[in-house]
Ligand binder design. Structure first.
Ligand SMILES: Nc1nc2c(ncn2[C@@H]2O[C@H](COP(=O)(O)OP(=O)(O)OP(=O)(O)O)[C@@H](O)[C@H]2O)c(=O)[nH]1
Ligand SMILES: [Mg+2]
Length: 353
């Protein structure tokens, strides 16, 4: 006798209800199991992201936490020697003189208020002080790179040579094309021989269009052609590369101001973002560069590159403390996936956890 004929013969209203209940319970169980599996997958993806930022910032993390642990072990007591070592540690991590003094002062205050006797407790307070400092005056609107519906949304990149402008443009182009945006790169660095070629490679990789001229052409003329073309073609995002080197520094700044004026002839409210790219491994130089560039052209944000290659990630705090310009993006490697939005909590967690 088959299972079906058995069920058929024994089918009554009561049995039918029982089978229905079993079927419903079975379906509900399957749905719950699928949901649990999906959630686990999302969670592990999130963890991958966090752990990979931790990995990328390993040098800073080790330089900071490793050093902190060593100082705590060495000193054993909360005293002036310990405070001196901590200040030295901050300076070595490129936090900067003013920010280091400020952090140590705040730490003294916490020690006094909370009657801290064990140096092991210092880490917790140090983490809090740094997080608070980085989150001071935080604005979700101004501290992140967000493209609006403004078409074309124009982002101008500036920075001295070798800091990672072109690489950042390439990574961002890919991010935007993946978001379904039409992207145009403008090869405004006509000074260096290989620069145009480098932008072309990134454009192809990212699936973006490119406007370029030969080496030695007037950068503003390339920018004019590019922005005009972007307006006509209704491009969503325009990323403009510029030279990192000119015959003199004054030339470099004048060139940049001229590019801005050129953009504004076509798009009066552009550029919508002016990002200065600085190299984290150059320490306090990055801050000086930001000050100089900001005088020539109002910057809307910074991109801090090569954070993966330095133990001096404390520069993030120095920048926050000394400049009124938000770090919007960080570069933590050379591949497309290595450009991250700068998120204070994620950054502090990656260093302290
Ligand atoms: N490790 C690491 N390397 C990076 C990062 N960003 C850029 N680089 C590398 O830095 C070098 C210089 O990058 P470019 O993008 O050519 O710099 P640039 O500012 O355009 O330089 P110029 O065109 O000479 O002004 C390249 O070898 C990049 O791969 C980063 O976040 N991490
Ligand atoms: Mg370049």
């Amino acid at each position: 006798m088959s299972a079906f004929s058995y069920i058929g013969e024994n089918l009554s209203v009561e049995n039918l209800n029982l089978y229905l209940v079993i079927a419903v319970v079975f379906v509900v169980c399957i749905v719950v199991i699928i949901l649990i599996i999906k959630r686990k997958k999302v969670k592990s993806k999130d963890n991958e992201q966090v752990s990979s930022l931790q990995e990328k910032l390993a040098k800073t993390k080790n330089g900071f936490l490793g050093k902190l642990a060593e100082i705590v072990r060495l000193r054993g007591k909360v005293n002036e020697d310990l405070m001196g070592d901590l200040e030295e540690m901050l300076l070595q991590a490129d936090v900067g003189v003013k920010a280091s003094i400020d952090i140590i002062e705040k730490l003294r205050e916490e020690i006094r208020l909370n009657q801290i006797k064990k140096p092991q407790e210092i880490q917790k307070y140090m983490e809090k002080i740094m997080r608070d400092l980085l989150l001071k005056d935080y604005s979700a609107e101004q501290d992140h790179l967000k493209i609006t519906d403004r078409k074309p949304f124009i982002i101008l990149f500036a920075g001295v040579n070798g800091v990672g402008k072109t690489t950042t443009i390439g990574k961002l182009a890919k991010r935007f094309t993946l978001m379904g945006k039409s992207v145009m790169l403008i090869a405004g660095d006509t000074f260096r021989a290989a620069a145009v070629e480098q932008v072309s490679i990134w454009a192809e990789r990212a699936g973006a269009s490119i406007v370029k001229q030969q080496q030695g052409a007037d950068p503003s003329s390339v920018v004019y052609d590019g922005v005009m073309s972007a307006v006509n073609k209704k491009i969503d995002v325009v990323l403009i590369d510029t030279a990192g080197r000119q015959h003199t520094k004054v030339n470099l700044m004048n060139e940049l101001s001229k590019i801005v004026r050129t953009i504004q002839k076509i798009v009066p409210d552009g550029p919508h973002e002016t990002l200065l790219v600085v190299d984290a491994t150059t320490g306090q130089n990055a801050i000086t560069q930001a000050e100089i560039f900001n005088e020539a052209t109002k910057l809307s944000g910074l991109v801090l590159t090569k954070l993966d290659g330095t133990a001096k990630g404390g520069i993030v705090i120095g920048i926050k403390h000394q400049l009124n310009i938000p770090v919007k993006l960080i570069g933590v490697g050379e591949t497309v996936a290595d450009l991250r939005d700068f998120d204070v909590n994620e950054f502090v967690d990656a260093i302290f956890e």
